[in-house]
Design a protein around this ligand. Structure first.
Ligand code: SME
Length: 152
């Protein structure tokens, strides 16, 4: 992914956020999955309103997953929530604390989403390729996480 792709995807995300669409997070998942070859599953997890140490699956684009509720600390998503940090796993087969969402998934990136200093959710992306994510993915996705925070 180059700088031009980043700006194009940021522009598309901005258009969705500024639109009157009712399902903005869903549309952002679909756009990212469609436009970026190495994004094979794109979804948001939301911190549960009633249990702030639990993630609940939100809008996503890709195969259905059994992991609809993930406690903080479990899997890559739970670890990102626990630590509040981006997790980039270029080869999921080397991870012990990992929840599989399909045998074809090879790598994953998870970014926490903050609103007013508190984690409100996460952006989770799976890829069927090994090591597909670079600094530009991180730059793009960090910006998207800031842009969507108000939608949570
Ligand atoms: N692999 C994740 C679970 C969510 S799926 O990728 C959709 C994890 O280890 O937390």
């Amino acid at each position: 992914m180059n700088e031009y792709d980043i700006e194009r995807l940021i522009g598309l995300t901005k258009d969705i956020i500024e639109s009157k669409e009712p399902n903005k997070l869903q549309m952002i998942c679909e756009i990212l999955k469609e436009k970026v070859d190495h994004y094979d599953w794109v979804g948001f997890y939301l911190v549960d309103d009633r249990d702030n140490r639990m993630l609940v699956l939100g809008p996503f684009s890709g195969d259905a997953t059994e992991h609809v509720r993930i406690p903080f600390g479990r899997g890559i998503c739970g670890q990102a929530a626990e630590t509040g940090k981006l997790f980039l796993i270029q080869d999921v087969t080397s991870e012990d604390n990992y929840l599989s969402c399909g045998s074809n998934v090879r790598s994953e990136i998870v970014l926490p989403i903050y609103s007013n200093g508190t984690i409100v959710g996460e952006l989770d992306i799976d890829s069927h390729q090994y090591s597909p994510f670079d600094n530009n993915d991180e730059k793009l996705l960090e910006r998207i996480c800031i842009m969507v925070a108000d939608l949570f």
